[in-house]
Unconditional design. Sequence first.
Length: 292
Amino acid sequence: MPGRPSFGCVVLSRGDRPDDLERALDSLLRQRDVDVDVVVVGNGWEPAGLPDGVRARHLATGVSIPAARNAGVGDVVGDNVFFLDDDASLAQDDALARLGAMLAADPQLGIVQCRVEPRDGGRRSRDWVPRLRVGDPARTSDVTAVWEGAVTMPRRVFDLVGGWPRDFPFIIHEGIDLAWRVMDAGLRVRYTGDVVVLHPPPPARVTRHGYSNYFGARNRVWVARRHLPWPLVPVFVGTFALRTLPRMRSRAELRDALRGYRDGIRLPGPPRRTLRASTLWRMVRAGRPPII
């Protein structure tokens, strides 16, 4: 049908949340006034028993989350790509139509993150709103990073910037890296408060695993080394360390984080592609200078 937005939808799953996956797929398949093409990327498992119209992409060996998202894009068609984690679901049946209208109305929009609300009530996660000052989660604004679990971008932009950072093993900070590359292409990164996804609320007491502390520290260094002018690198890393190290609850957590900083400095890391001065200035104007 001419004029209908079309979305290639990539749902990432490890196969350990079947009820959540069913809910996520149902929320995509009931979208109206859009054309959707859906693939489930089974990261380390083979998806089976999927609804009609949903295909599977089997990754026999588990890969990093960014690489798994990239792997699904080649299996779907659509003018736009939409990434949804299996524990998230669209709250509205016109969500993709609204996102498609946003992207069509503003060719400068490079990536859009949905608003996240806790399913069945409960507390919100601070990470769901990528602003320094969260404010009203329903407020739409330009941002300089995205929460990765429910985002969309035009297919042409995905191809232009090269997708998710496949050279970031495992996870953490890939939403910063992708957003910065979109901004450096001269495009805008948007958080929309009008399109909602539902997600389980975070636990009252967050358990940080060793890999979170390690990869959080290492990838923070790699983001800085990859994109920032050298004088800003220690400032960007240092502000993160000052925020996170005091929260470590044990010597083991502290050791994991310090090992991450050490490896971020010592290991080769991704190739360097310094952001343009105009991009750095746009970050400042958006309220998040690249030192925070």
